[in-house]
Write a protein that binds this ligand. Structure first.
Ligand code: ZN
Length: 329
């Protein structure tokens, strides 16, 4: 544990002192080598292809989850201050993330006031050009979120022309509404899905309309890796998972371009693989849970995989700076 702490503490120190892109590159390489030494090459999964290729500044992205932003009715103001600190840290990164993805339970109970507070916390990111894309969790309220959604995108003069953003919020024929987004980028397409079913009902559901839409959209984008995300884990667990996990998996299993599924909800920071699809459970950024870390995650996108870097809310946490390298299968 001491060695692990010393490894990341040293890397952080170097990164803190980095004042140029070259210095940042050196730090990343140093961190990779040091991590491989400590964890062992097979455990850390550091493919040579990742080592050989330097990341482009444009391919860094940020993720936060389970912020549970409070209003005057909820006695958890620390959720707001933690997320505010996370936003400050994200914007202070040597390579500023292109976009910030929120993986749901963005607010505590879905009130308009909570979304206004969320928007206020996110304002510096929006103004700086790091737009926000959000998935909805069981604590969210779809209509109240929709009221602020367009204000989360960067102003026109700061928009990144290399990103294509597609939004689907219109009702289907039966009146059902889901909040769906596709973010097309150079190396991968991000799909923001909507597993929110009913407010404050823990179990989530995609529904047939959404799964049909997903099939059609994936089939039009076979040429690039697809990274899918929503709030719920893709398993049906004791009324707190995804009610229609079986048909969802049928979609993923049969489409080779789907490389990863990201989610929150459990507040655990874990990753595993089902078949060839990487599953990443992101930690809560604001709301504590037993045996978990609080933090946000930086994602660096490569041609053949991703690097996820944990940034804990408590910077002295020994897991701060922990890397997970996932190669596309
Ligand atoms: Zn949840």
């Amino acid at each position: 544990m001491y060695q692990k702490f010393r490894t990341f503490a040293t890397a952080r120190k170097v990164r803190k002192n980095a004042s140029s892109v070259n210095a940042v590159k050196f730090t990343r390489r140093s961190l990779l080598k040091r991590s491989a030494l400590f964890f062992g090459a097979s455990a850390i999964q550091t493919p040579l292809e990742l080592l050989a290729e330097e990341p482009e500044a444009a391919d860094v992205w940020a993720f936060a989850s389970d912020m549970h932003i409070a209003d005057w009715t909820t006695a958890t103001p620390e959720h707001n201050t933690r997320f505010q600190s996370a936003i400050t840290a994200i914007l202070a990164e040597p390579v500023k993330p292109r976009r910030l993805f929120l993986l749901g339970d963005n607010v505590a109970s879905g009130t308009q006031e909570q979304y206004h507070r969320l928007l206020k916390i996110l304002q510096p990111a929006v103004e700086s050009g790091t737009g926000i894309h959000a998935s909805l969790g069981d604590h969210d309220h779809r209509e109240n979120f929709q009221a602020i959604r367009t204000q989360l995108l960067p102003p026109p003069e700061r928009k990144d022309a290399s990103i294509t953003h597609i939004v689907r919020t219109e009702p289907w024929q039966d009146g059902e509404v889901k909040h769906l987004e596709i973010i097309e980028t150079k190396r991968a397409n991000f799909f923001v899905l909507d597993s929110h079913d009913k407010i404050n009902q823990e179990e989530g559901k995609f529904g047939k309309n959404q799964l049909d839409w997903l099939v059609a959209e994936l089939d039009q984008r076979k040429e690039k890796p697809a990274i899918l995300m929503a709030h719920h884990p893709a398993v049906d667990i004791a009324r707190s998972g995804l009610a229609d996990s079986a048909p969802f998996w049928q979609v993923l299993r049969t489409r080779h371009q789907v490389k990863a599924y990201f989610f929150g909800h459990t507040h655990f920071w874990i990753h595993y693989r089902l078949g060839r699809v990487h599953q990443v459970n992101f930690p809560a950024t604001s709301r504590c849970a037993p045996l978990t870390v609080l933090g946000w995650v930086l994602l660096t996108l490569y041609d053949d995989g991703i690097r996820l870097t944990l940034k804990t809310c408590d910077s002295d946490n020994p897991r701060n700076g922990e890397n997970v390298d996932l190669k596309w299968v």
